[in-house]
Design a protein around this ligand. Sequence first.
Ligand code: ZN
Length: 147
Amino acid sequence: MNHRQIGIWLGAVLVISLISRWRVYQSRADRCNLDGNRIEPVRRVDLVRDGETVQSFCCIRCAGDWPDVPADAYWRVHDEITGEPLDASNACFVESRVVTVPSRRDRIHVFKNWADALGHCTQYEGHRIPNPFDPAAAQSNDPGSPK
Ligand SMILES: [Zn+2]
């Protein structure tokens, strides 16, 4: 091989490796930051800081297990029916016998309004739970009772 062929060969290897890295980076956006599960859009939980998503998770349980949550960040969840993004502090959480992410055995469902949430509870033997991301609500004595 002469210098020109070696140059072309190295250039081709560089381009292929860059394309490969880019594809890995692209698919990472659809994976849970905690366990690497593929994220179903309607189950997606994002940790948002300064208007940007800093971490994404496949379910409420994974997000709850994430150790590094900045004080100025908030949790964005999605309405199970419409997929609409919601601030977790405005969402309705219920736990039922329907598993959302089998590998995590997560049974927490998110709704925008209580009519849909309680409809799910009636249909699937669920009950209302406090916001899992609110430390004050997590210490409540009776998390399962309706407010
Ligand atoms: Zn996960």
